[in-house]
Write a protein of this length. Structure first.
Length: 95
């Protein structure tokens, strides 16, 4: 049985609640690890709207975000389009 969170109806609320995290610090840390290991393709599991994935895509990585929440995925697609990011794709998948 799939569980759908209350964020399904208001994905921007999720973005506001968890927006306090410093995504740039997280992405810079990940970037160092990925470069050291020659990673180019990234799978963002439970990605939601994937703020980290979008930043990684800006750095040239090919990112695939998977999540159960279609509304968060739609928000991620919208943000990526607005930010002119082409290296990220979002898929509705069960983790």
């Amino acid at each position: 049985m799939e569980r759908i969170s209350f964020f399904e109806a208001e994905p921007e609320l999720y973005e506001k609640i968890f927006g306090y995290r410093n995504f740039k610090i997280q992405v810079n840390f990940l970037d160092k690890i990925f470069k050291k290991n020659n990673a180019k393709n990234i799978l963002d599991i439970a990605s939601g709207h994937s703020p980290q994935g979008r930043l990684l895509a800006k750095k040239g990585y090919k990112v695939s975000g998977i999540d159960l929440s279609e509304s968060l995925l739609m928000l991620g697609r919208k943000r990526a389009k607005n930010e002119k990011i082409h290296g990220i794709k979002f898929y509705r998948k069960n983790m």
